[in-house]
Design a protein around this ligand. Structure first.
Ligand code: PHE
Length: 560
């Protein structure tokens, strides 16, 4: 996959090249930074700072729009709407109906609420959060197709069944800071976890698999360079510097060969008073290549997967719960699936079902945060090109299973504290918890898979999924993996009502993508799928900020 194709596959979670654009400055939303961050010259910046000071953020938005400075990528320039934007101009804040109380919808309502917009959030399901979903003891999980599970976890055990990790450059971190949601490290790379492919006789520790691959690659390159194969590309000085790096990178001996007994491979018994018992020498280069671990030891190389990563303390839903509190629970109506969206001459009309029958909301504007494939099926008058564009992103299957154990055997027996074992089995990964270290029990994610691997589990009952996951995981962890299980819950996102997918992926970011960035009449769209951060909460938040920015600029320009 490439960075351009976005969400990619979680089982290939090392988005290849790190593009320079991935570099992000520190996350700040100070208005004075607005223009400079986007590289607008001094004059423009001075102008905007002046406009911002005199007329408030709203005036600044309008000016930025006129200058063509509305940010297209990560929105470092975002300034939330403020009450003064209206009070200073004698306008009334508009009414907005937001469809969907996932991350995008809640972020929209939260940001609009800062300026006093009158927001109503209609949420089809019985809860807020969308794909930000944390399951705890007693939580029910209903699936399309009728099966219902109830989590039976012990107190303090939780399962992030959807979003689970946050990169530090993501705007998600700014919301955590702003909302007072404490975060802690999410371990996304652990040398003590295992790598296991069907090309291997037994699982190896990631530290050994990495040492061997780095070692042999360095050996090949060092020897090729030493034999003169790179002389046309490199000067003698270059070659010396390269050799110096390769000796370190690969743990090479004086003969430029990988030290097959490298201590990097780890120990059966670690050094103490005694010198320790190493795990034994590496296999041959040919066998190491045949094991095919390359893709599994590079999982965390991408700009969005590299350590450190973060998670909210106590469960990912701390974010959506804090957003919902800030929006005001009274503004959020759960259990209200929308049945139609219509642009009117001077507003929008949204119809929905609820416990009592059918309801209707009229508002000045609407922000729809439904998944594109579900919005495409809904009666609306947004136009045929919009419907066609909504059908372009492809819903992707994704699934997870939470396996609860009464004993943290991965810490006690295996010395694995967080991180993941990587495998080419259909479970793809086994994740170990990054919280509750040394507590009594805990929850392991027995699979987190996508596409075909997820499909293989989606059609199964929970019992069948669990049995299959245990059969696979046992190949890495042995019989205790099955024997010590206490309880489990699995999710197949394609079978989640009102969501029906892990995420939606653009085959290419084409004209349909561009079209849907713009409002259709008074209806704005928002969601992670409308960004280059598909399958990230940060995408939902960036998209929400964009919709809010556009809507607010328009509201400020509208007389009445
Ligand atoms: N955000 C998800 C994850 O971290 C899905 C994803 C994976 C998105 C890899 C992009 C790259 O697992």
């Amino acid at each position: 996959m490439s960075d351009e194709t976005g969400p990619a596959r979680a089982d290939d979670a090392a988005p290849g090249a790190v593009t320079p654009t991935a570099e992000a400055p520190t996350a700040e939303t100070a208005p004075a930074k607005a223009a400079s961050a986007k590289g607008g010259g001094l004059t423009r910046r001075a102008l905007l700072v002046g406009v911002g000071a005199a007329g408030g953020a709203g005036a600044m938005f309008a000016a930025m729009g006129a200058l063509g400075l509305v940010p297209e990528s990560q929105d470092r320039n975002f300034t939330p709407p403020q009450r003064s934007d209206f009070s200073l101009t004698g306008r009334a804040a508009a009414e907005v109906v937001v469809i969907g109380a996932g991350v995008a919808g809640l972020t929209c309502a939260y940001e609009l609420g800062k300026a006093g917009y009158d927001c109503t959030v209609l949420e089809a399901s019985g809860r807020v959060g969308g794909r930000n979903l944390t399951l705890r003891a007693g939580d029910r999980l209903d699936e399309l197709g009728g099966e219902t599970q109830t989590a039976e976890f012990a107190e303090g055990v939780y399962f992030n069944a959807g979003a689970a990790r946050i990169a530090p450059w993501m705007v998600t971190m700014d919301y955590c800071r702003e909302l007072g949601v404490p975060v802690e490290i999410f371990v996304n790379n652990n040398a003590s976890a295992y790598v296991y492919t069907r090309g291997m006789a037994a699982p190896a520790r990631a530290r050994a698999a990495r040492a061997d691959l780095y070692g042999y690659v360095a050996e090949l390159l060092a020897k090729a360079s030493n034999a003169g194969a790179l002389n046309r590309r490199l000067t003698a000085d270059d070659r010396e510097r390269l050799a110096e790096f390769l000796r370190r990178f690969g743990d090479l001996g004086p003969d430029l060969a990988y030290r097959r007994d490298s201590r990097r491979r780890g120990f059966e018994t670690y050094p103490g008073v005694g010198e320790g018992v190493p795990v034994g020498p590496a296999s041959s280069m040919r066998d190491v290549l045949a094991a095919g671990t390359g893709r599994y030891v590079t999982m965390d190389f991408g700009y969005d997967q590299v350590m450190p990563m973060f998670q909210p303390v106590g469960g990912m839903d701390a974010i959506t719960e804090a957003l919902a509190d800030a929006v005001g629970r009274d503004r959020i109506r759960t259990g209200t699936p929308v049945t139609g969206i219509r642009n009117l001459a001077d507003g929008v009309e949204v119809t929905y079902r609820d416990g009592e029958g059918n309801g209707v909301v009229r508002a000045d504007y609407c922000v729809v945060t439904m998944p594109p494939h579900l919005l495409a099926r809904l009666p609306h008058n947004l136009g045929a090109p919009v419907t066609a564009a909504l059908r372009t992103p492809v819903p992707v299957s994704a699934g997870k299973i939470g396996l609860e154990y009464g004993r943290r055997w991965w810490e006690i027996d295996d010395r694995i504290y967080g991180g993941a074992s990587e495998t080419d089995l259909d479970i793809t990964h086994i994740w170990y918890p990054s919280y509750g270290f040394h507590s009594e029990g805990g929850l392991v994610v027995g699979y987190y898979n996508v596409e075909e691997n997820a499909e293989a589990y989606t059609g199964l009952s929970h019992r069948e999924r669990r049995n299959r996951a245990l059969t696979q995981g046992k190949k890495i962890h042995g019989e205790k993996y099955r024997a010590e299980l206490r309880s489990s819950v699995s999710i197949a996102w394609k079978r989640q009502p009102y969501i029906e997918g892990g995420w939606a992926s653009w085959p290419s970011f084409d004209a349909a993508f561009d079209l849907l960035q713009r409002p259709a009449g008074r209806v704005y769209l928002a969601g992670d799928w409308l960004t280059h951060l598909t399958a990230w909460q940060a995408g939902a938040m960036e998209s929400a900020r964009r919709a809010v920015t556009d809507l607010h600029r328009r509201a400020l320009q509208t007389t009445s």
